[in-house]
Design a protein around this ligand. Structure first.
Ligand code: ZN
Length: 603
């Protein structure tokens, strides 16, 4: 445990049994945001009032404000290159007040995506401060996680000035946004008002509070009906879009969305996206349903299935893995270019390959749990969310596409790139903070495939029931909070009643990888002994496939338990009086860096 992290445990904000400590705290913001958009004009005007509550024991002399839209400004530090269409003038702050007093908010030339407000009256523990911002920015022409989808469709994310996270183990989050990081946000309450010209629709994080003020009666009736309908309802069809009689015919409509205890809000705006909806039961005991919606271009074939896909995903995730009821009232999948999650929102590409569209939607919806429900710090520990989304994508994929197809895809898409990586020097321990990895090949490996295999190896070791009990303990303890990797490790140790440090140390803290070899096969008293060398060192499970001279065969599953005492070599005793012909190590999804030495043949 690094010494900065140790401090949090010493201060009692976190505990060695994996529970939040008695001194645990986190700060909170209450955001009242009003924005105005009128595509094709790319200017977004915003105004917001923030109440920021300091629950920490510290007196805050400064506040750190994130201005993520400045990633589009020339000169901003960026992970990748930027085309002209990506660049904008960034965020212009037109006014800023602190406790009602106007202050000049200067841009910081050294790190454009955040800045500090010096408080003339420090913010005391258990006290709050009121901030306000008026701002405007131009939507980027090139659309990634946000931006212009077409001339009159926008996806807005990271669009409002927000107070950065101040936490118990790292203090202020002063991470420069380079387009690599995704989320690390406090759990805030949002009242979002979106002013749009008539005939524009918006889909956003939160509950639409005033559908009858903004939609015409028939459309509002359909939306209401969809909230209890299992069957797909076309809320707005292409013909209706062309007829331009969907919204109230006032010059401007004000769309109001509210959400509480949620890490972020995002929205999609269009005057020509069709709109589908249905709902799905996510919590049996309370009979709670969640609304499932999709907004897309009518010509996108795959998106016509999207509500059905998302209904299945919400149902499956709620009832199987992670087996926690979908925590929000709604999920909207919007067509864009990002393949990216936001709370209650997904921004996904359209694809000719509907199976792939579905996999991506499953993955992004899975992010509801990690990072959003669990408040993960993705800047530092993205394996705590992407590793899970990758695992859940495989688990739901087995149900949707069958085991063989899902695993073949997982191997090719999530594992092969890492295990066959020519840049293996960049293969650093998963625990390495992503802030230290930059955009190396190691970043992707540590974030997706490697940790996902680690979770799956542990399922193999503990068994599904015990693993799920541990996962639920971790999720119950830390949902709506800010867990760090040690909270996860300790929670599993505590809930399983086992010291799993041998596994964590190996899979998450070492440079190991997967590479087994058959060393020798020898006659023994009761049959024969197979010696396996663990060259890579990872405690991965595998099957030992044995064929006998009579052409019969058997497959012996080996759980990671065989690597618990030591991870150099394992001897597997096989009781049989038959003569052996071949022995083979079959790792399945646990791909081996060198498969050539995984096979033994009798002379
Ligand atoms: Zn992801």
């Amino acid at each position: 445990m690094p010494r900065d992290i140790q401090q949090a445990y010493k201060k009692g904000t976190r505990t060695f049994n994996g529970l939040p400590g008695s001194n645990y705290w986190q700060n909170k913001g209450i955001y009242n945001i009003q924005i105005t958009a009128a595509p094709p004009d790319r200017t977004i005007k915003g105004s917001e009032q923030i109440t920021y509550i300091n629950n920490s024991p510290d007196t805050l002399k400064n506040l750190v404000i994130k201005l993520i839209q400045n990633i589009h400004k020339p000169g901003s530090s960026r992970n990748g290159d930027a085309q002209m269409d990506y660049l904008t003038d960034g965020v212009q702050i037109d006014a800023c007040t602190v406790n009602g007093k106007s202050i000049s908010f200067k841009e910081n030339n050294y790190h454009l995506t955040w800045n500090t407000i010096r408080l003339s009256n420090p913010l005391l523990p258990k006290d709050s401060v009121k901030l306000s911002f008026d701002w405007h920015f131009k939507v980027s022409k090139e659309s990634g996680r946000e931006g212009m989808l077409d001339s009159t469709s926008f996806y807005l994310a990271y669009f409002y000035p927000r107070v950065a996270v101040y936490d118990d183990y790292h203090g202020w989050d002063r991470e420069t946004f380079t387009d690599m990081q995704e989320f690390y946000n406090d759990f805030n309450d949002y009242h979002l008002s979106v002013q749009l010209p008539k005939n524009f629709i918006t889909w956003a994080t939160g509950t639409l509070e005033n559908p009858r003020d903004v939609l015409n009666k028939e459309i509002a009736d359909r939306l209401e009906k969809s909230m209890t309908s299992n069957d797909l309802i076309h809320i707005v069809t292409n013909e209706e879009l062309i007829a331009k009689n969907i919204t109230q015919q006032k010059d401007w409509n004000e769309w109001i969305f509210t959400s509480t205890h949620i890490p972020d809000v995002a929205l999609c705006i269009s005057d020509h996206y069709v709109w589908d909806a249905a709902s799905v039961l996510v919590h049996d005991a309370s009979q709670r349903r969640a609304s499932v919606q999709a907004a897309f271009l009518d010509k996108s074939k795959d998106f016509h299935y999207m509500v059905g896909f998302a209904q299945h995903a919400l149902d499956w995730f709620s009832h199987n893995w992670p087996g926690v009821a979908y925590p929000y009232p709604k999920m909207t999948v919007c067509q864009g270019f990002a393949d990216m999650e936001y709370p209650m929102m997904v921004n996904d590409n359209s694809s000719e390959d509907t199976t792939f569209s579905r996999l991506v939607a499953d993955h992004e919806i899975a992010h509801t749990y990690f990072p959003f429900y669990m408040g993960i710090n993705e800047h530092r520990y993205p394996f705590m969310d992407e590793g899970w989304a990758t695992t859940l994508e495989l688990l739901i994929g087995r149900d949707e596409n069958g085991k063989e197809k899902a695993e073949a895809f997982y191997k090719q898409f999530r594992v092969a790139g890492w295990i066959n990586d020519k840049e293996a020097s960049e293969d650093l321990p998963i625990i390495t903070p992503a802030t230290a990895l930059g955009s190396s090949a190691g970043y992707g490996n540590n974030t997706y495939g490697k940790p996902s295999l680690g979770y799956l190896a542990l399922i193999d070791y503990l068994g599904e029931d015990l693993f799920k009990k541990c996962l639920h303990a971790y999720m119950d303890r830390w949902n709506g909070k800010h867990p760090i990797p040690w909270d996860f490790f300790y929670s599993f140790n505590d809930a399983s009643g086992q010291d799993l440090n041998w596994f964590w140390n190996n899979w998450f803290f070492s440079n190991n990888y997967i590479d087994f070899a058959i060393d020798k096969v020898e006659k023994s008293r009761k049959g024969f002994a197979v010696s396996i060398k663990n060259i890579g060192g990872y405690p991965a499970p595998f099957d030992l496939l044995i064929t006998y001279e009579d052409n019969s065969s058997e497959s012996l599953h080996q759980s990671p338990a065989i690597w618990k005492a030591q991870n150099k070599e394992a001897n597997i005793q096989i009781n049989s009086n038959k003569k052996i012909k071949t022995v083979q190590i079959k790792g399945g999804i646990f791909m081996d860096a060198n498969e050539k030495d995984n096979f033994w043949k009798a002379e």
